[in-house]
Ligand binder design. Structure first.
Ligand code: AMP
Length: 117
């Protein structure tokens, strides 16, 4: 599975078909604020190409996870968080509710006043 999946909410955000507060993007991934933040800074980083979870993205293209971590580091640093958590819930039993690969980027402070895009 790759590219865009019609009923996937994160594919729609990547395509710009539904609104999101996009913070940064590169050729492979997009970072946007989580609509229901669980920390002072809470962003999601998703790959452009749809896969259901991080393991599937790694199997399809291991480099994409590196691009996602690089983008996560950029938005965390830009928000004033040198230190931050990355979380990838995998499977409904672990709390995954959107089945398009994503990293939660969680930081203790939010000083980000401008987006990187
Ligand atoms: P997970 O439970 O790990 O699958 O995380 C999914 C995350 O997506 C949750 O933290 C939601 O708050 C977030 N979310 C769902 N819909 C949107 C949206 N339209 N824009 C931003 N974040 C969203």
């Amino acid at each position: 599975m790759s590219g865009s999946v019609p009923d996937c909410i994160f594919c729609k955000i990547v395509a710009g078909d539904i609104p999101a507060e996009v913070l940064a993007r590169n050729d492979h991934a997009v970072a946007f604020r989580d609509v229901n933040p669980q920390a002072p800074f809470h962003a999601l980083v998703v790959p452009v190409d749809h896969q259901p979870d991080a393991a599937a993205s790694a199997a399809a293209d291991p480099a994409v996870l590196g691009h996602m971590v690089t983008l996560a580091d950029e938005v965390a640093n830009a928000s004033g968080n040198e230190d931050y958590r990355l979380v990838a819930n995998t499977g409904a039993g672990a709390g995954q509710s959107v089945f398009h690969t994503h990293l939660h980027v969680l930081g203790a402070t939010t000083s980000m006043t401008e987006t990187l895009v």
